[in-house]
Design a protein around this ligand. Structure first.
Ligand SMILES: [Fe+2]
Ligand SMILES: [Fe+2]
Length: 161
């Protein structure tokens, strides 16, 4: 006498484990790409805060330094989550762009924020698909902070009326 139902359940469980491993790998890869962007953002904002010159230096140094600290907290969450999912956090920064003028610096920062927001939107969709409530909520909170950075940079770059 065979027990096909039991065997079926076991097979389903194995398929489930394999599927989760594949899904985890996908999330880990996405998170590592985001992590590289966070590492680059910490360096880029810190560097900007030291080197920015011009009439807005006084206003911008503190702001850029505080953005670097926000990016550090994003780096911490993303790294911890990669480890929780069984991955190894990357130590590779994405491209770091440090042009000479204050306007070019802020434009480079804005481009990096937009790229980070796009990356996080992909991760939010993936987290939703996987039902990982912590990942979804935490990445939404991080993305909301990236929007804050993006909007502040856009205001700094806007010509006065
Ligand atoms: Fe960030
Ligand atoms: Fe940011």
């Amino acid at each position: 006498m065979r027990f096909p139902r039991k065997k079926g359940l076991r097979e389903r469980a194995i398929v489930g484990v394999v599927t989760r491993m594949v899904d985890n790998k996908k999330v880990i890869n996405e998170l590592n790409a985001a992590l590289s962007m966070e590492i680059a953002a910490i360096v880029q904002y810190s560097h900007n805060s030291y080197t920015i010159m011009g009439p807005w230096r006084g206003a911008l140094t503190g702001e850029l330094e505080s953005f670097a600290k926000d990016e550090m907290s994003h780096m911490e969450y993303v790294s911890e989550k990669i480890v929780a999912l069984g991955g190894v956090p990357s130590t590779q920064p994405a491209a770091i762009n440090t042009p000479a003028t204050w306007r070019a610096m802020l434009e480079a920062d804005l481009a990096a924020e937009n790229a980070a927001i796009d990356r996080y939107k992909t991760i939010i969709a993936l987290a939703d698909e996987l039902g990982d409530v912590d990942l979804k909520k935490s990445i939404e909170d991080i993305t909301s902070q990236e929007y804050g950075h993006k909007e502040a940079l856009e205001k700094f770059l806007k010509e006065p009326m």
